[in-house]
Write a protein that binds this ligand. Structure first.
Ligand SMILES: *[C@@H]1O[C@H](CO)[C@@H](O)[C@H](O)[C@H]1NC(C)=O
Ligand SMILES: *[C@@H]1O[C@H](CO)[C@@H](O)[C@H](O)[C@H]1NC(C)=O
Length: 149
């Protein structure tokens, strides 16, 4: 069969680009967003649960920023390459809570990117102030290079 090496090469040429486009986005690791805030996400367990830490670059309070814990879930249905996820940041230096939702993508250059939206709930002193207690925003995260220690 003289034709088979040619067919194989053709098949590889056809298959390779779609394989790189199908690269899986993995949440585990360290990320930085467009504001310079950083987070580290643990290994995602078999139930899709993860924990981590968040170091914000910005705050709506006058308190000194401290590293804060986060807990979340990623969607495992259909073994998605670009999974959706959500997590809560329990701010350790204020009374606020932030929830993020997002999706983990791989861009055209093969770089992982997290597109997220968040709601930040602050405390207000009375029910009448409830209307102004929630902020909303968007953040894009890129993977931080591994640090050598
Ligand atoms: C996030 O990490 C980058 C790169 O290591 C660093 O330059 C930046 O200061 C960090 N941001 C905060 C809020 O610590
Ligand atoms: C939430 O933050 C508080 C205050 O820093 C801390 O005591 C508590 O353990 C945190 N809870 C979780 C689930 O991380």
């Amino acid at each position: 069969m003289q034709a088979s090496p040619v067919l194989l090469a053709l098949a590889l040429a056809l298959v390779t680009p779609s394989l790189s486009a199908e690269r899986k986005c993995v949440l585990t690791g360290s990320w930085m967003n467009d504001l310079g805030s950083n987070m580290t996400i643990s290994t995602v367990n078999s139930r899709g649960e993860f924990s981590g830490s968040y170091l914000t670059a910005v705050t709506a309070t006058n308190n000194k920023i401290k590293i804060s814990p986060l807990q979340g879930s990623q969607q495992y249905r259909n073994q998605l390459n670009h999974p959706t996820f959500g997590f809560t940041v329990n701010w350790s230096f204020s009374d606020s809570i932030t929830v993020f939702t997002g999706q983990c993508f791989v861009d055209k250059d093969g770089k992982e990117i997290l597109k997220t939206m968040w709601l930040l709930r602050g405390t207000v002193d009375e029910l009448d102030d409830d209307w102004k207690a929630t902020r909303v925003g968007v953040n894009t995260f890129i993977r931080l290079p591994l640090r050598r220690e």
